[in-house]
Design a protein around this ligand. Structure first.
Ligand code: ZN
Length: 465
């Protein structure tokens, strides 16, 4: 008999000695908790409203993020969580400066621009250079260095909205790697069409990390209408000169931190359910959909489980302090806690609109557990997908190393209208859809945290760093 069969054979025994944890009774409780959340949850909205109003923007590693951590501790304690604390780490911090772009010739006018994370700086008075346009990142990659050297590169390919947000991965490459490609070819600077799906004059910021050995150059994003304007100007066939002024700076190593809270379980041997999202935001908006919503949804659902009596497994909620700028929060967390018995992870970081799909990530021996979660979610209009859970930006590493997971996928149709812009504000959060999220998370946690069977890894354990 192999180990998995042994585990399976042990299940009915466990159910006998712990009758109140039996799946049928759990299903009734799950249904009650789910429907109550859908009806009356106010905790999640209260967190989003409070964080965006009392803190506002909270760029990782800044005083704003430190204030957000303190706010989070007070809030989670007041909600009744146990073991509420902050775990700090050091991280490099980049801050925005002046931002201005204008066409000098042939048709002088200003364009709406914002710097991308880790952008280099222009001189204070700006940098004047000819613009060379590319329809895609692939075109830039294929271009000879001579066509780019000394110029301001402009990459104009644009994403469209999809429910699953999948275009972000493909089109987002212009932001993530475009600046390094341009710098390597000797460009003076780069501006991209914002990675966004709106037509407002709000440029979308976002992180980009310089490739090994590449010198930073000024790197910005134009709003979508401004990018389309620049395309039309370039199409006139005249030499186009831009003056770009971006004066961000690196302020060195600073303190960041993760906020942790727990719902203690009754069975320490059953392992820990680790959930959460990132507390930090970009600096342009107040980070309502990215990601006050995610920290709010996960905490509100955990509180509902807590208020219904102790779950079997401890639920640990982590509000990661530095996701946007490169994942320093989750790296610090994994380094400190990688050896603990974390048996399940799930993250919320895609806005506040309704959950429409569940991506399960369980070992085959836990198929019945995945079935029970799917059944609990179905009445909320949530479909079960055949895609495996990824765990998201802050918890994906755990999934990579074989920890079981579920992704509750939110409707991303309008997410990239606001993502990383000044328009990411409270009014974009629909309280009714937010409650549906809390209901889905409550149902999932009720099933998973109380599951009587062992939750096993999806692959052999890989030692944590
Ligand atoms: Zn996010």
């Amino acid at each position: 008999m192999n180990k998995q069969l042994l585990r399976a054979a042990a299940l009915p025994l466990f159910a006998l000695i712990a009758p109140d944890a039996a799946p049928a009774q759990n299903a009734d409780r799950t249904e009650r908790l789910r429907d109550a959340a859908l009806e009356d949850d106010e905790v999640a909205y209260d967190i989003v409203e409070g964080l965006t109003t009392e803190i506002g923007p909270r760029l990782a590693g800044t005083a704003q993020e430190a204030r957000a951590r303190e706010w989070g501790v007070r809030k989670l304690k007041s909600l009744g969580f146990s073991n509420v604390h902050i775990e700090t780490y050091q991280m490099p911090v980049w801050v925005r400066g002046e931002e201005r772009a204008e066409i000098v010739a042939p048709f002088p006018q200003r364009l709406a621009v914002t710097a991308l994370g880790n952008s280099g700086a222009t001189p204070a008075a700006g940098l004047d250079a000819e613009v060379v346009g590319f329809d895609s990142l692939a075109d830039l990659e294929a271009a000879p260095a001579a066509a780019v050297r000394g110029k301001i590169v402009f990459v104009s390919h644009g994403m469209t909205a999809t429910q699953d947000g999948s275009q972000y991965g493909y089109y987002g490459a212009a932001r993530r790697t475009g600046p390094s490609v341009a710098s390597r070819k000797g460009a003076a600077a780069i501006v991209i069409r914002s990675i966004g799906t709106d037509h407002h004059r709000n440029p979308h910021t976002g992180v980009q990390i310089w490739s090994e050995g590449v010198s930073p150059i000024p790197a910005g994003a134009l709003s979508v209408p401004d990018a389309e304007q620049l395309q039309r100007i370039l199409k006139r066939g005249k030499k186009v000169t831009m003056r770009l002024t971006l004066t961000p700076r690196n302020i060195g190593m600073q303190e960041g931190g993760n906020v942790v809270a727990e719902v203690p379980g009754t069975d320490a041997k059953a392992g820990i359910v680790l959930i959460g999202g990132h507390l930090d935001s970009w600096d342009l908006g107040t980070g309502a959909i990215d990601n006050a919503a995610g920290v709010a949804i996960t905490a509100a659902a955990a509180k509902r489980i807590m208020d219904a009596g102790r779950p079997r497994r401890t639920i640990r909620v982590v509000w990661f302090g530095a996701e946007e700028v490169g994942g320093n929060g989750d790296q610090a967390y994994r380094a400190a806690h990688g050896k603990e018995k974390i048996v399940f992870v799930s993250e919320s970081d895609f806005g506040a609109d309704r959950v429409w799909r569940m991506d399960p990530g369980f070992a085959p021996v836990n198929a019945a557990l995945a079935d029970r979660v799917a059944a609990a979610l179905a009445p909320l209009g949530i479909a079960r997908s055949t895609q495996a859970a990824s765990g998201g930006a802050d918890l994906g590493e755990w999934v990579q190393t074989g920890v079981a997971a579920i992704d509750l996928q939110q409707d991303g149709t309008r997410y990239f209208d606001y993502h990383h812009t000044p328009d990411d504000t409270l009014d974009k959060v629909d309280p009714e859809q937010l409650r549906q999220n809390v209901a889905a998370w409550t149902a999932m946690l009720s099933v998973v945290a109380n599951a009587p069977e062992e939750i096993v890894p999806t692959k052999p354990a890989v030692p944590a760093p």
